[in-house]
Design a protein around this ligand. Structure first.
Ligand SMILES: Nc1ncnc2c1ncn2[C@@H]1O[C@H](COP(=O)(O)OP(=O)(O)OP(=O)(O)O)[C@@H](O)[C@H]1O
Length: 362
């Protein structure tokens, strides 16, 4: 199931012109406030007709300005999850969930009530009224209701934005299960939180002022030095994959990535599990010699792929570590003093505590 969109629309001074594809897994639309994320998701949902362009799902036109085609929202068969759960306040969780099934065509394949209850951990909540649920529980029920309409694709517009940090951490594993589970439902996911997209997205579309600035697999876009200004210098950082090997008694977990071994705190996953780690560019230091007598536990041999000098004092360095990529943000002065150039081999140093538990996902 692949969505293909080219959307052109003008709202006063705001001029949107974007084209992207969204295939299996989670495709995240990321951009600062006003970049056009909600306008895009609303155009895909059919909540308005853009000035020009097309939206197709598996080649079937949902909107085509040239052919004057416009499929009404209900017939597009998308599940929509908003920032606020919008549960029916007078119905309990079970009734809210089964309400979703009214929209499912009899012939459609998809999740059953039991599947959804299991996937989203809702069994203990089925008889509860929405007013008694936490924000995270409400969102899980709203996602369940959307799934029970057996949609062809889920559209999620900032589904975690109204939750506080702990509630957000609580719901992220459910979204990871939804992404990795048997339903195989493609998800278009709007967010302006880098930590969320780093954990969840398979494909990333970076937006600025109504234009696509970068579009590709998450691991590629996050490791691209050109993306640093779009993600923010404090938020930018590559995502790598590692396997949990063992947990030591001092609280550190031994992980193996293709670039080398890592020892990190706060990893709650069984040995053998593959996790994704977001390593902030500002937490990676570089050394031209193998460091010795250093307190940092995580040192990886790397090759410099690109030195991206910004306008200010900072530089973003793209690094290859085995099959993974890392990004380091250091000063231009350090680049000059160390003589860092493309293809040079050096060492990346990560503090053990530099990968926050919230940045460790499946
Ligand atoms: N119905 C509308 N009428 C006029 N202008 C609109 C309308 N909808 C959106 N806009 C404008 O389009 C621009 C993009 O808005 P949009 O909501 O798509 O951005 P966003 O990236 O989702 O932002 P946020 O993260 O703040 O929700 C903004 O300048 C907004 O004011």
């Amino acid at each position: 199931m692949t969505l293909s969109a080219h959307i052109r629309h003008r709202f006063g001074a705001f001029d949107l012109d974007v084209a992207f594809d969204a295939g299996p897994g989670i495709t995240a639309l990321f951009g600062q406030s006003g970049a056009g994320k909600t306008t895009i998701i609303n155009a895909v949902a059919g909540l308005f007709a853009p000035d020009a362009g097309h939206v197709t799902l598996n080649g079937d036109p949902l909107f085509d300005s040239t052919a004057k085609a416009f499929v009404v929202p209900a017939a597009r068969r998308f599940g929509y999850v908003f920032q606020d759960a919008r549960l029916f306040p007078h119905l309990n969780v079970r009734e809210n969930l089964t309400f979703g099934t009214r929209y499912a065509p009899a012939s459609a394949k998809g999740a059953s009530l039991d599947d959804v209850t299991d996937l989203l951990g809702l069994s203990a909540l089925l008889n509860r009224m929405p007013a008694t649920l936490s924000g995270g529980e409400k969102q899980r029920a709203a996602i369940g209701r959307a799934l029970l309409a057996k949609p062809q694709m889920l559209l999620m517009d900032e589904p975690l934005a109204s939750l506080d940090g702990p509630r957000k951490q609580e719901i992220l594993p459910y979204l990871e299960r939804l992404r990795d589970g048997p339903l195989g439902l493609p998800i278009l996911y709007v967010s302006h939180a880098v930590d969320e997209i780093a954990r969840l997205a398979d494909t990333l579309v970076l937006l600025k002022d109504g234009r696509v600035q970068a579009h590709g697999p998450l691991y590629d876009v996050m490791a691209d030095p050109g993306a640093v200004p779009l993600l923010g210098v404090r938020e930018a950082g590559a995502v790598i994959e590692a396997e949990v090997l063992s947990h030591a008694t001092d609280g550190l977990t031994h992980l193996r990535s293709s670039g080398g071994d890592l020892h990190l705190p706060g990893v709650q996953a069984q040995p053998g599990t593959k996790v994704r780690l977001r390593v902030l560019a500002q937490d990676v230091m570089l050394s031209v010699n193998k460091p010795e007598g250093l307190s940092a536990l995580n040192v990886m041999p790397v090759t410099i792929q690109d030195v991206h000098q910004g306008d200010g004092p900072g530089a973003a360095i793209a690094l290859r570590a085995g099959d993974d990529r890392l990004l380091a943000r250091i000063t231009r002065r350090a680049v000059a003093e160390l003589g860092l150039t493309t293809d040079m081999r050096c060492y990346a140093i990560l503090k053990a505590t530099s990968v926050a538990p919230g940045s460790i996902g499946r």
